[in-house]
Design a protein around this ligand. Structure first.
Ligand SMILES: O=C(O)c1ccccc1N[C@@H]1O[C@H](COP(=O)(O)O)[C@@H](O)[C@H]1O
Length: 215
């Protein structure tokens, strides 16, 4: 895969998923520490997966409204490279977590309509990266990872002072168009590269990465 779009495969749970990510040329893996998710891994399991991950692949810990105690426990066991905050963490909390752990922080912001765009500007002033994801439906169990896309034209031409990733219901069929419309240079996927919830599929990962930027 050409190297000017970075792909994140989120929610890896098994050693063979790491092999699939590396073979496909993705640049990030997401380790999911949200207990309600079908992609949840314990810190101990995540440490095993991290140990199998080659240098150069960024290991991202996905957490939702974490306490310091949870982050202390996680960072003590798993050698992560970046924290992904996927809850309702305030800009102040993002800054606090950055300062306390000394790790780059990517803040997820859910987009459902134009009223959600101001949050991207606010978090763009404190986070190291932004993850522009679909706003979850009301009452959803998961704040992300629902396989739902948003209207990409809402962010067409928008830029922030930090790198950003596009997420939300991307598939091998839609990712090229999503990149074209939004100008994203980084994309994140979970549901569409699974054969069942929480079970990553090597062929789907390969297909997604190929589609993210064809030769
Ligand atoms: O994937 C999950 O289970 C999850 C749980 C809680 C918060 C975020 C989650 N996933 C993130 O959402 C994006 C989009 O997922 P999808 O492609 O629409 O399924 C995913 O890449 C994760 O970063």
């Amino acid at each position: 895969m050409p190297s000017d779009v970075n792909v994140k495969i989120c929610g890896v749970t098994r050693p063979q998923d790491i092999t699939a990510v590396v073979d496909a040329g993705a640049r990030y893996i997401g380790l999911n520490f949200f207990p309600k998710s079908p992609r949840y891994v314990t810190p101990e399991k995540a440490a095993e997966l991290a140990a199998l991950t080659p240098e150069g692949i960024c290991k991202v810990a996905l957490v939702v409204n974490p306490t310091d105690a949870e982050l202390d426990a996680l960072t003590a066991v798993v050698p992560i490279d970046m924290l992904q905050l996927h809850g309702s963490e305030t800009p102040e909390r993002v800054a606090e977590i950055k300062a306390r752990y000394g790790l780059p922080v990517m803040k997820a912001v859910g987009v459902g309509g134009p009223e959600d765009l101001a949050a991207l500007d606010a978090y763009g002033r404190v986070a190291d990266q932004l993850l522009v994801d679909t706003k979850p439906p009301k009452g959803a169990d998961l704040p992300g990872g629902n396989g739902l896309a948003f209207d990409w034209t809402l962010i067409a031409g928008r830029r922030w002072p930090v790198p950003w990733m596009l997420a939300g219901g991307l598939t091998s069929e839609t990712v090229a168009e999503a990149i074209r419309v939004t100008g994203a240079r980084q994309v994140d996927v979970s549901s569409a590269v699974e054969s069942a919830p929480g079970v990553k599929d090597a062929a789907l990962i390969q297909g997604f990465c190929r589609a993210a930027l064809p030769d």
